[in-house]
Design a protein around this ligand. Structure first.
Ligand code: ATP
Ligand code: MG
Length: 227
């Protein structure tokens, strides 16, 4: 039996411009991208090229000026904001440059909190298993300021995965880490993507982690090119 898997993320002919006073800044010009389950894609390109803009559009945090966004089977382009927020909480996991953990929650509670937000009942055992898998079982009761940069990013990875999203989006997840820790963190994302068949898109400046991804795109003149 032949099954054709829908991409977990499909961006079609996305354009985005920002209005800056009288000037119109065209950041994305008819950009398309498809990422399937089990696929880890990286986007590289110069500062200001539109990488974060594209990732925010993919995660439905930002609306494009035109074009279509599909997450798995759902066209989210014209979805009402409330439904889009719900879908985002359930289907997308974000990993940011500086972890963006909540300062007053312990490692375990960071994960509990996002499962509550997504209204996804999750057992304590499930949370502990994921933290253990990411090498954090000895840090359950620690607060973010008691962790190293690498540990904080591993908590951010756990938080992105706990709701079992179809799509992981990471914006420069290694920017605050040295090259060894950076490689370890990206290896963990790659492992999760391949083991549990997630789709992931990572924006990075760090060419040393590109050996861990399945596909590299460069963003140039507002368009993505496979390299
Ligand atoms: N809200 C905004 N209003 C006006 N211009 C914006 C806005 N957000 C981003 N831009 C501009 O859009 C362009 C792309 O920004 P973006 O943050 O996507 O770049 P980037 O590739 O992620 O860069 P970096 O590698 O430095 O993070 C930049 O020229 C930026 O100044
Ligand atoms: Mg950016």
């Amino acid at each position: 039996m032949v099954t054709t898997l829908k991409p977990s993320l499909a961006l079609t002919d996305i354009t985005k411009y920002y209005q800056d006073g009288p000037n119109r800044i065209e950041v994305l010009k008819s950009t398309s991208l498809a990422v399937g389950p089990g696929e880890f894609a990286a986007i590289i390109g110069p500062s200001g090229a539109g990488k974060s803009t594209l990732l925010s559009i993919a995660g439905t945090l930002l609306s494009p000026s035109s074009g279509k966004i599909e997450l798995a089977d759902t066209d989210v382009t014209t979805m009402p904001a409330k439904d889009r927020t719900k879908l985002r909480l359930q289907k997308v996991g974000f990993i940011f440059q500086n972890s963006e953990l909540i300062p007053y929650l312990t490692v375990k509670d960071q994960l509990k909190y996002v499962t509550k937000l997504a209204k996804r009942p999750t057992s304590e055992a499930e949370i502990l298993a994921l933290l253990n898998h990411l090498g954090l079982s000895h840090r359950l009761k620690n607060f973010p300021n008691q962790l190293s940069g690498g540990e904080r990013q591993r908590v951010a990875i756990a938080r992105a995965f706990i709701n079992n999203p179809d799509l992981i989006l990471a914006d420069e997840p290694t920017a605050s880490l040295d090259s060894k820790r950076g490689h370890e963190v990206v290896a963990m994302i790659a492992q999760e993507v391949h083991e549990v068949q997630k789709a992931a898109v990572m924006v990075t400046h760090d060419e040393r982690v590109l050996d861990l991804v399945d596909q590299v795109y460069r963003i140039e003149d507002g368009q993505l090119k496979k390299i």
